[in-house]
Design a protein around this ligand. Sequence first.
Ligand code: SF4
Ligand code: SF4
Length: 679
Amino acid sequence: MPDDLRPLPFDRLVSRMFRELRAQGSVFDLPRKKFLVDPGGVDLSVSFHGRRASTPLGPAAGPHSQMAQNIVLAWLGGSRIFELKTVQILDELEIPRPCIDAHNICYNVEWSQELRLEQSLEEYVKASMLIEMLRVALGIGPGLDAHIFDMSVGYDLDGIRSDRVRAFIEGMMDARGTVERLRGQIPDEYAHFRDIDFTTNLCGSLTLSTFHGCPPEEIERIIDFLLREFGLDCTIKLNPTLLGAERVREIMHDRMGYTDVRTPASAFEKDATWDQIVGIVARLRETAASLGRGLGVKFSNTLIVENHRDFLPETEKEMYLSGQPLHVLAMHLVRDFRRAFGGDVPISFSAGIDRHNFADAVALGLTPITVCTDLLRPGGYGRQAGYFQSLKKRMDDAGARSVEGFILRAFGCARAALEEAGGRWTPEIASALDAGDEPGAIVGGALAGRWVSHAKVLNTEAYVRGLADDPRYARAANASTPKKIGSRLELFDCVTCDKCVPVCPNDANFTLAIPPAEIPVVVLNKCGDGSWAATERGSFVLRRKHQIANFADFCNECGNCDVFCPEDGGPYVLKPRFFGSLEAWRDSRLDGFVAERADGRETIRGRFEGREFVLIVSADDDRVSFEGPGFDISFDPADPAGTAEGEAEGEIDLTYFAMLDVLRRGVFGPGATVNYVNA
Ligand code: SF4
Ligand code: SF4
């Protein structure tokens, strides 16, 4: 059982963010060169249920949209539509661990928020305020300044109608109280940010997540309730099982070669059918229109499959597939859906998005385009930079200056789309399009809308044709796994590849500036006459340029850093684990450390195989105080035996002192990088 996630207080997040930006040019370990601060001369903005977002990209409801720092990291990389992690009434669930296996394609068994509903609300408000502060600090202007938060709730009507979920939804729609409380927590050093006119209406839209197997009538009732009760624009997240067992098997096994991946027959029997969903969407579209609200769909949820691997707990008989193969399944659903409904129904997309297909998804007019699996890979949130480089190149190649212009030009369907929309293709239109003019300026409002809509449908047909036979989605191209070198991690030193830092969705792993050193290991014994004797027993050697640590409050033991670490054992298990507070350290059963600095004293407590030690170092005293099982002494580290005073029942192994001292210097010493412990 992992410890509970513990969000960092707002003032510490603010301090950490701006101190790190100033000192290291990074924010939450994402280097400035990965920030999207310039759209590159093109208009990447899109409309989502009538609201403007500066880009269509965002994190999918999941590990990248749960905690405040995750959402900020996604924003820095260029995300502008955030599908916040799904919340539900059962907010004290025990999710099996590890829960994410992103070795090439991705499997998971995590599906719901791990925070209490009230904490989730606060994290989302914190994220919104941090983004607005960063927007000012980084000078992000028109072109990248607009973002949208989209709530996600689950999983049944009773839960969604409960007082606590209602309070969550209302709190997201009117966050004035939370904003004002947090505004007062902005540290004095950053007091100028207190004057920002922070957004208080965080969300006007919601994506519904339902269980695999949720009865279709229940889906319809929930959306009807959300439309009427809250006036929210709604998106229904749909399952890949809608393709039917035969087509899923044909695409997954026969075309792409994932013969080891099997969806249980019962999943197809329990989930809504295509005809049922078509009926539901048609009826709810009418309801939404009558209320002046929007209704869209999302392709897709993950695919439920049998647990045939050995990474996720074997107690889980089923797991959820995402990544490359899901991209192909979900795109087939987009095509089927557009064949039924045309290009006007908003489609949110999430399935195997990466830098190679992001531009295609933009050209299909999908909004938002959300991502999860790819951000779990090495580089993490920084991978988004590659998406925008690829998109910019494709837009430049197509001569497009806006997303709508790109939709018309990306697949060469502009003429056919205009004619299908009832317009007439002329040489003037062709040259205006070549000049990069916007559709509305070329043919006028209503026709332009139909033109783009038809282009979306034609682009979808062109893109999906042959997609299942594209080798990049086939098993052969997605079968390699991250390399392991056969050594086991220890508390200190490792390959120091630093992969575990960005792959953590919660930014829980961090580096400690501890220079290489060889420290003698000394054992102290109190002699009969009250003097002390020191015996040297080898040395404790640090060879690497820096060390890796884990911030326990943010680690939910998802296992993703273990997947990508070249060594065995998992960084989150074996690297020094720092707790954010004495309370968190005391509450935990796990080994780890808590360090604090106050009134000229640095205190570090450590638990090693359950045994607890405390080291206190004062700025104005050469002596340190060191306490552990059966002893409580003070001494000058330059000469422990000659200066020790205090009580001891047996020998004192100063290795623990050496390790605590090294870690203390790593977080507080000169040259320490900014992290959650010293923020
Ligand atoms: S440190 Fe590792 S196990 Fe913990 S949340 Fe991050 S990726 Fe998951
Ligand atoms: S713990 Fe593993 S992933 Fe992290 S730096 Fe060391 S070797 Fe690399």
